[in-house]
Design a protein around this ligand. Structure first.
Ligand SMILES: CC(C)(COP(=O)(O)OP(=O)(O)OC[C@H]1O[C@@H](n2cnc3c(N)ncnc32)[C@H](O)[C@@H]1OP(=O)(O)O)[C@@H](O)C(=O)NCCC(=O)NCCS
Length: 144
C-alpha cells in the first residue's frame, strides 16, 4: 500500500527533489533537460507535474501529465527506488488519468523506451495495451 503518501500538484519548491527522483529512477537522458521539463510542464495550462509526498515531505513518486488538445500523455512516471511495489506507481498513473478525465481527455498514451521494456508489464497491469505505431520525431531546437 502507498499508505502514507499524498498525491498533489508539484510546487516550485519540489523541483530539486523531483529532478533527483528522475535521476534516481534512470529517467534522465542527455536529450532532455529535467529542470526545463519540470518548469515547462508546470508553467503550461495543459500540463502539470503530480507528485506523491510522504508525511516527512519527501517526494516518493511523480508523473508529468498533459494533453495536446486530443490525447493525454504521461511522462516521468516514477516511484522512488526504495519504495517500489508499494502502490506509488499505480497512484501516480491513477492521478494522471483523473487529471486528464477532468479535462475531457478520453485516451491516455505513453511511450516506453526500447531500453526500458520491462516496464511494459507494469502498464499492462494498469490496463494499458501495446498499440503499435511508428513514432516520428524532429527536434525543433538543438539538444541541451
Ligand atoms: C514503473 C514504476 C513506476 C512502478 O512503480 P511501483 O510503485 O513499484 O509500482 P506499483 O507498486 O504501483 O505496482 C502496481 C502494480 O504493477 C505491478 N508491477 C509493478 N512493477 C512491475 C513490473 N516491473 N512488472 C510487472 N508488474 C509490475 C505490481 O505488482 C502492482 O500490481 P497489483 O497492484 O495488481 O498488485 C517503478 O518501477 C519505477 O519508477 N521505475 C523506474 C522508472 C520508469 O521506468 N518509469 C516508466 C517510464 S516509461
Amino acid at each position: 500500500m502507498a499508505g502514507s503518501v499524498a498525491v498533489r500538484a508539484a510546487t516550485p519548491e519540489d523541483e530539486p527533489q523531483v529532478v533527483a527522483l528522475w535521476h534516481a529512477c534512470g529517467l534522465v537522458v542527455p536529450s532532455n533537460d529535467p529542470v526545463a521539463d519540470f518548469r515547462f510542464a508546470r508553467g503550461a495550462p495543459s500540463s502539470d507535474i503530480l507528485v506523491a509526498a510522504d508525511e516527512a515531505g519527501r517526494i516518493r513518486g511523480s508523473v508529468l501529465v498533459g494533453h495536446d488538445g486530443h490525447r493525454g500523455w504521461l511522462y516521468y512516471v516514477a516511484a522512488a527506488p526504495d519504495a517500489r511495489n508499494t502502490g506509488i506507481g499505480r497512484r501516480m498513473v491513477d492521478a494522471a488519468e483523473a487529471w486528464l478525465e477532468a479535462r475531457g481527455v478520453v485516451k491516455a498514451q505513453l511511450m516506453v523506451r526500447e531500453t526500458n521494456r520491462q516496464v511494459i508489464a507494469f502498464y499492462e497491469r494498469l490496463g494499458f495495451a501495446v498499440t503499435p505505431r511508428t513514432v516520428m520525431a524532429k527536434r525543433l531546437r538543438p539538444e541541451p
